[in-house]
Design a protein around this ligand. Structure first.
Ligand SMILES: [Zn+2]
Length: 153
């Protein structure tokens, strides 16, 4: 579940500015760069998976960014802004109350999703959008009991 917020790598003060604010408000579901990179790393490692896979948990509908159906591994690439990354999460000053509530709800939902998936027998792997795709892919490979892939220099 990632938003259309530009990567913190792309610009310094990325939560300010009208264009960025608009894209935060739209909260579109997009196939973000970090998700694509993770999928491509997994695919190259020979992992077969479904993307944007809907998982029905008791009382909760979940969409995993990547789902490996056999061993039941659900992978999420969390946007730094939307999921309050400890390194890049920000509290917008405009409409502060609205954003605080919304982001708190997101984090709360993440916890409920983790718990519901675990109860349904899924292993949950979360990575941040700022993480290198090789590291996220390696966590998946470890969960699969596979050797890790070499990191790009
Ligand atoms: Zn981050």
């Amino acid at each position: 579940m990632s938003g259309a917020v530009p990567s913190p790598r792309a610009s310094g003060s990325w939560a300010s500015g009208e264009g960025v604010r608009r894209s935060m408000v739209s909260n579109r579901r997009v196939d973000t760069g970090p998700e694509r990179a993770l999928r491509s790393a997994l695919f190259q490692a020979g992992v077969r998976f479904r993307k944007d896979f809907r998982i029905e948990c008791p009382n909760l509908k979940v969409r995993a960014d990547v789902a490996i159906l056999g061993p039941r591994i659900a992978v999420f690439v969390d946007g730094c802004f939307w999921h309050r990354c400890p390194d890049h999460g920000t509290n917008p000053k405009t409409n502060a109350e609205f954003w605080a509530e919304k982001l708190d709800r997101n984090v709360d939902r993440d916890h409920r999703v983790n718990a519901a998936l675990a109860e349904s027998g899924w292993t949950v792997i979360r990575s941040w959008e700022h993480e290198r795709s090789e590291l996220a892919a390696n966590r998946v490979l470890v969960a699969l009991g596979r050797g890790v892939i070499a990191e790009a220099p």
